[in-house]
Design a protein around this ligand. Structure first.
Ligand code: PLP
Length: 330
């Protein structure tokens, strides 16, 4: 079975398991796990932010990041198919007490005029005030699309003008960097606070980080503990992340090439496939998913008429070619 349902399905490699086994550990709630500290420092440096905090999941990283900018009774604006809006099960409303309003963009990108129309300055006891804008790069449900740096920078300039802040869901920011050559810190520098994940294309079993200013990260640390996310000898997991940063970033280019191969086989223009995700519009999505599984290829339906294929570390060139042949037949 070739599994293209998600890039979270990867299993740690032998090298990664060996790195985990020999990790130096301590109690991270005490701030004494040297491997976690090393990972946090390394990621903060890569992102060009003052500090970073290790979290068990991308959802928790997003929750902590967004709540550092937006309080109860305030709103965050995001694209309508953003992960924070669609796939975090209402966490931001449930725990932070914020509301969301959305704009829609075919590639999950920034529609600045639409955003400017939505933006609500603080008008006292009349309207919900916009406290932050959230963007996603790469954008999962839009098909792994890269948010152009120029669009992000234009958003930053406008946000500074009106005094609002920016959250970036960078679960797959590494893919954007590899696809475009734009350094991580250029994307990250446009955001006040961001989340990145080690457990997607990078192939670690667990782990995400929040990056931001020292104060925001200190506060996120308190909230992580409050939410039950204070972990102890978690250097064994951070070691997987450090290993992934050393060995699994540049190879994302292979995943991107495999995704374009699959796109072509499915009749999708490969020029529109920026990274490792292909989205197909199929009126028969559930039947298509079932037929693909029958033929040895697992794909997922992410909407009633939308099918998603994701390439990753555990999909070889030969797998991609075999899957392409199966999907071309369907
Ligand atoms: C864009 C994006 N953000 C955040 C997450 C959440 O990550 P996790 O599943 O680790 O909570 C995901 C998960 O796939 C994602 O695709």
């Amino acid at each position: 079975m070739i599994d293209l349902r998600s890039d979270t399905l990867t299993r740690p490699t032998e090298g990664m398991r060996a790195a985990m086994a020999r990790a130096e550990v301590g109690d991270d709630v005490f701030g004494e796990d040297p491997t976690v500290l090393a990972l946090q420092e390394r990621v903060a440096d890569l992102l060009g932010h003052e500090a970073a905090l290790f979290t068990p999941t991308g959802s928790m990283a997003n929750l902590l990041a967004v709540r550092s900018l937006v309080g109860a009774g305030q709103e965050v604006l995001c694209e309508s198919s953003a992960h924070i809006a669609r796939a975090e099960l209402g966490a931001h409303g449930a725990y932070t007490g914020l509301t969301m309003r959305t704009w829609t963009h075919p590639r999950g990108g920034v529609d600045l005029p639409a955003l400017q129309r939505l933006f609500a300055p603080d008008m006292g006891p009349f309207f919900v005030a916009t406290a932050a804008i959230s963007v996603e790069n790469t954008h999962n449900f839009a098909g792994g699309t890269v948010l152009p740096l120029a669009d992000l920078q234009a958003l930053r300039a406008w946000a500074d003008e009106v005094g609002t802040r920016i959250h970036l869901d960078g679960a797959r920011l590494w893919n954007a960097q590899v696809a475009t050559g734009v350094p991580l810190r250029d994307y990250a520098g446009a955001a006040d606070v961001l989340a990145v994940c080690l457990s997607k294309g990078l192939g670690a079993p667990v782990g995400s980080l929040v990056g931001g200013g020292a104060d925001a990260i200190a506060e996120a640390r308190v909230w992580r503990k409050r939410m039950g996310g204070g972990m102890r000898q978690v250097g064994v997991l951070a070691a997987a992340g450090l290993y992934a940063l050393d060995h699994h970033v540049e190879r994302l280019a292979e995943d991107h090439a495999h995704a374009r191969l699959l796109a072509e086989a499915c009749g999708v223009d490969p020029a529109g496939v920026d990274t490792n995700i292909v989205v197909l519009e199929r009126a028969d999505a559930p039947a298509y998913v079932a037929a693909a599984a029958e033929a040895g290829v697992r794909v997922s339906a992410v909407g009633p008429t939308t099918v998603r294929l994701v390439t990753h570390l555990d999909v070889t060139r030969a797998d991609a070619e075999r899957a392409a042949a199966v999907l071309a037949r369907l």
